[in-house]
Design a protein around this ligand. Structure first.
Ligand code: IPE
Ligand code: IPE
Ligand code: MG
Length: 238
């Protein structure tokens, strides 16, 4: 990856297309999700190796509960399997894990495994790996608003003095940089309630490849495309 001049500090990925991949291979949807975890493993390892500062992955949205009990159950089992199986290697790689989303809404064993992964890797100084589970950006923003409203009611803060930094401190992503590059696989071009606040100036790319087929070459292409973007943040670069 030496040809990369400008690496994004924070990459966010909407890992989409597991269902279509399973269908295309005449497999159960759970098999698609299982194959998706292999891509996940490879992308995390690569991000750590090339020195990405923060990687945020959308694994389960607040809207994904609408899926069948069988699919939700399969996803929850995979989640547990993934965290139990990968934690040693991630810890060894100095990865710091943070869960974005409402852990209280998850089944007990999953919640415990996620809390343990966070606890165990808290002091690690390598890749900041954020996994969004039971995450919705609107839910995140609403929670932040409620917390600030409560503080104002208790006269802990003055509503007129609330700054962007005060607001951001209430988000799951507090102390992380804004998203620089958002990748959504499978060709869909929407955010589906992912990091709406943090993506205000994100560069976006929508590779037409299903998540289980997303390769390191595809990832490198997305990172290279980012390096070629002209980011202006509302100003002028001439
Ligand atoms: C993304 O794959 C994974 C999750 C939402 C958990 P999908 O399951 O959404 O795959 P498609 O969109 O049906 O192909
Ligand atoms: C977004 O994908 C959620 C995750 C990848 C976890 P969805 O497949 O749920 O999004 P929609 O329904 O196509 O917008
Ligand atoms: Mg989808």
């Amino acid at each position: 990856m030496s040809e990369l001049q400008t690496l994004p500090r924070h990459v966010a990925i909407i890992m989409d297309g597991n269902g279509r991949w399973a269908k295309a291979h005449a497999l159960q949807v759970a098999q698609g999700h299982r194959r998706g975890t292999e891509t996940l493993r490879a992308i995390i390892r690569e991000s750590s190796d090339i020195g990405i500062e923060a990687l945020s992955l959308y694994a389960f949205s607040t809207e994904n509960w609408k899926r069948s009990a069988a699919e939700v159950g399969a996803l929850m089992s995979l989640l547990l399997e993934y965290f139990t199986g990968e934690i040693d290697e991630l810890d060894e790689k100095n990865v710091c894990i943070r869960i974005l989303g409402d852990k209280d809404g998850l089944p007990g064993p999953q919640r415990e495994a996620l809390l343990e992964a966070e606890r165990r890797t808290r002091g690690n100084t390598g890749l900041k790996l954020n996994i969004a589970i039971n995450y919705g950006a609107r839910d995140e923003i609403l929670r932040a608003a409620k917390t600030l409203a409560r503080k104002a009611q208790n006269t802990e803060i003055d509503p007129d003095g609330i700054t962007a930094a005060d607001f951001e401190a209430q988000l799951y992503t507090h102390d992380l940089p804004d998203v620089d590059l958002l990748i959504r696989t499978s060709g869909e071009m929407r955010l589906s309630n992912f990091l709406l606040y943090q993506c205000a100036y994100a560069e976006m790319t929508f590779p037409a490849v299903l998540w289980p087929d997303f390769s390191l070459d595809d990832y490198h292409r997305a990172l290279e495309a980012f390096g070629a973007r002209d980011r202006r943040f509302g100003g002028r670069n001439e």
